[in-house]
Design a protein around this ligand. Structure first.
Ligand code: ADP
Length: 743
């Protein structure tokens, strides 16, 4: 179970650190990092730390096993370097004899830290300045020491309670008068709850059991009963009013939070979004906000109500019967402790249940996603067995947990009532001694149940709070996340003419792995730039940078002489059009899908775009024409038809910069020819960047940029590059050869 594993890992890290302290004492290392492989690729727990004088490598196989420590003097580590192997990375140094020796080895999980370690060690050895990058410094929670997720400022474990509270107060500010009124109602309702037992006492002592009971009239009895009924009625009505106020407020707050969260996800860069799964983001927007809604609507009210009631009853009781109150509350600490222990125990069991449940759901998710593969390989029975086994396990654990819960809770509730029995005994004793009345007995037993009710509630509360706090932390982790691709202050809204210039652009998805290196070129309005190269050369990456889905690491991209980081993203994207290999159609009509690029476009303009792209012809042949519903549950269009819709969308958007990323690769040659004609119309008067696997489609490009391992290897027209007989020539020849072989 991950929880136990984490705990175990922390203990191991502690053991490794302690071993290191035998050498460096209390000195704080400049940098430390984890590694997880031995030099024969077996799993291990390892920690490296470097101080000014020492480099320490500590490792152990498992908890409580022996910790091995290697101590190196920094000055002895000549020429530190890292080597990437298949899926692993090693840190090595050259010893005095000039041989390479391995210091540690890790899987890709710790690759970045290890590479940083190599850099720092190199600098330390060469007496250069060792700067821990700013990006790394903030990555750890100051409270628990756990790493933050990239870009995040919130620790999911500690939750940043203060920060979350501030957020909530800020959100609640507009509703302050309502909330204050609800608070007053809490006090009034609690007061009325405390009043009811008093009226009961009057009913018993001064009416039913009064010494002059025989003379008590019908009216006088009725007055008390009516008083009782009115109190109850007012309590109910005020509770309803309070709940309505709170439900309205909390719903508004949650709507605001959902919109903040969704807005933030929309603003996140593609890089950040791809660090999450779609399921994770959907859960945060729906389930986590639901948990918060429930907490704000019901639990906060209940907590406030129960707390006020508890304090109120204890105060009233203490004034009337101090000794009795003491007796009643005496077992409270014990009861709270007992419930705490039970809760913790059950929490572990439910956590296990949650994991098993999650596993069953993910099997289901996997099978549905890959249903075609399952069917093609005839694996239905195997997959059904797998799912059945997971569900059976889930069921068994649920049954065990529920049985246990039902065994423990009645016993615990009985023990909890012990205070009530003690008081009952004393009150009865006093009644016999004529010191108390029967009315006092009902009063006391009612008050005691008013004390123990809230106590029972509070003892179960931590479990709920933990669940809610996790959800709230997950929501605000996203809301507070730093934006990596963000608009600068006063970002410009420019009217793009079409000149795109790359100036010494370098970029890598990981800091240590350059995908594009020193790219420089200029493209003008009306030009079509074909981007060519082997798979993995960086073609799509270059396109991603033009759309500013990522920011360059160094160098700059200028549009009409303005750095794209100074242009507002809205203005850039509005004037950039894309036709991809696979066109995504939203669930809706064909008309809506074309108009997506310009929702307020007049109908004539949408149809004109469809005509220019060649889509009109097939659309009018459909029974519902432009109103045909497409998308996940709609009519299925062919690849060529989808591409025509994408082209119509692009024509309507009238982009100044157009990107064609393998726009015709998935089509057969005949369909491609038709689409090519539509594209030729589309690219007029725009700056176009096109990637195509079939090089013949780029024949008409004004210029071709040939990328090789992230660098520009060749640049020129088709004829020039053919004459040059370089990489492009090789690619064209290879494709011709393939075509001949196909024939
Ligand atoms: P091409 O389009 O020429 O096939 P890409 O630009 O897609 O090449 O990829 C260039 C390199 O960048 C490849 O090594 C690829 O693995 C890597 N890469 C592409 N996208 C990502 C990503 N989102 N995260 C990390 N690496 C990536």
């Amino acid at each position: 179970m991950p929880f136990k594993r984490k705990k175990k890992q922390n203990l191991i890290a502690l053991a490794l650190k302690e071993k290191m302290m035998t050498v460096i004492g209390e000195e704080i290392p400049i940098y430390n990092f984890r590694f997880d492989l031995t030099n024969d690729n077996k799993r291990i727990f390892g920690l490296c730390a470097m101080t000014k004088d020492y480099f320490l490598v500590a490792k152990t196989e498992k908890k409580n096993a022996e910790v091995f420590l290697e101590v190196y003097k920094t000055e002895e580590l000549y020429d530190v370097q890292y080597t990437k192997l298949y899926g692993t990375i090693t840190l090595e140094y050259r010893n005095a004899d000039g041989n390479l020796c391995e210091l540690c080895r890790a899987t890709s999980r710790y690759a970045e830290e290890l590479m940083d370690g190599a850099d720092f060690l190199y600098n330390l050895n060469k007496k250069l300045e060792v700067n821990v990058p700013e990006k790394r410094k903030n990555k750890v929670c100051p409270k628990c020491g756990r790493a933050y997720r990239r870009g995040s400022n919130t620790c999911l474990h500690c939750g940043g309670a203060k920060k979350i509270l501030l957020h909530m107060i800020k959100l609640a500010k507009p509703y302050l008068p309502r909330l204050l009124f609800a608070m007053v109602l809490f006090f009034v309702v609690s007061g009325l709850n405390i009043l009811v037992p008093q009226i009961n006492k009057i009913l018993i002592d001064e009416r039913i059991k009064a010494p002059n009971a025989a003379q008590i009239g019908f009216v006088s009895l009725l007055v008390v009963v009516i008083a009782l009924a009115v109190t109850q009625l007012v309590t109910r009505l005020l509770s309803i009013l309070r709940n309505v106020l709170l439900i309205g407020t909390s719903n508004k707050m949650v709507v605001k939070i959902r919109s903040m969260l969704f807005g933030k996800i929309q603003k996140m860069s593609i890089g950040r979004i791809s660090e999450h799964t779609a399921g994770d983001l959907i859960t945060r927007v729906t389930s986590d906000t639901n948990v918060l809604n429930e907490f704000l609507t019901y639990d906060i009210a209940e907590i406030a109500q129960q707390a006020i009631l508890l304090v109120g009853v204890i105060t009233v009781m203490a004034i009337k019967q101090p000794l009795m109150t003491l007796l009643a509350v005496l077992p409270c600490p014990l009861v709270i402790l007992m419930f705490n222990i039970i809760n913790k125990f059950m929490h572990k069991l439910y956590r296990r249940q949650w994991f098993v449940d999650m596993r069953a759901s993910s099997i289901l998710h996997d099978i549905f996603q890959g249903i075609r593969v399952v069917k093609v390989f005839g694996m239905e029975k195997t997959e059904t067995d797998k799912y059945d086994a997971a569900v059976k396990k889930d069921c068994e654990i649920k049954q065990q947990n529920e049985t246990l819960w039902n065994l423990i809770i009645p016993g615990a509730n009985f023990l909890m009532g012990i205070g009530e029995y003690i008081v009952l005994y004393f009150v009865c004793f006093k009644i016999l001694g004529q010191e108390m009345t029967l009315g006092d007995l009902t009063l006391m037993t009612s008050y005691i149940s008013l004390i123990y009710g809230p106590l029972r509630y509070f003892s179960r509360l931590p479990r709920k709070i933990v669940r809610t706090a996790t959800s709230i932390a997950k929501i605000f982790e996203i809301i507070d996340e730093e934006e990596d691709v963000a608009d600068v202050e006063n970002a410009k809204n420019i009217d793009i003419q079409g000149t795109v210039e790359f100036k010494n652009v370098c970029f890598g998805y990981d800091r240590h792995e350059r995908v594009l290196n020193d790219i420089s070129f200029e493209a003008h309005k009306g030009e079509m730039i074909g981007i060519v190269g082997h798979s993995g050369a960086g073609k799509s990456t270059l396109i991603n940078l033009i759309m500013r889905l990522y920011d360059v690491d160094s160098g700059s991209i200028l549009i009409d002489g303005v750095d794209i980081r100074d242009i507002s993203q809205e203005s850039l994207r509005r004037q950039t059009g894309v036709v991809l290999q696979e066109t995504f159609l939203f669930t809706g009509t064909i008309y809506d899908n074309i108009a997506y690029a310009k929702p307020d476009a007049p109908r004539d303009e949408v149809i004109r775009a469809a005509k220019l792209s060649g889509a009109h012809k097939f659309i009018i042949k459909l029974a519902d024409g432009y109103n045909t519903v497409v998308g996940e549950r709609g009519y299925t269009l062919s690849g060529g038809e989808r591409q025509r819709i994408a082209i119509a969308r692009a024509i309507l958007g009238n982009p100044k910069i157009l990107i064609l990323d393998e726009a015709t690769s998935a089509l057969d040659t005949k369909t491609e020819k038709g689409i090519q004609d539509a594209l030729a119309l589309l690219i007029q008067n725009r700056t176009t960047f096109a990637i195509a696997h079939r090089l013949s489609t780029l024949r008409n490009a004004t210029r071709l940029i040939v990328l090789d391992k992230g660098e520009i290897a060749e640049i020129g027209t088709h004829d020039e590059l053919i004459r040059k007989q370089g990489i492009y020539f090789g690619l064209v020849m290879a494709q011709r050869q393939m075509a001949k072989m196909d024939k």
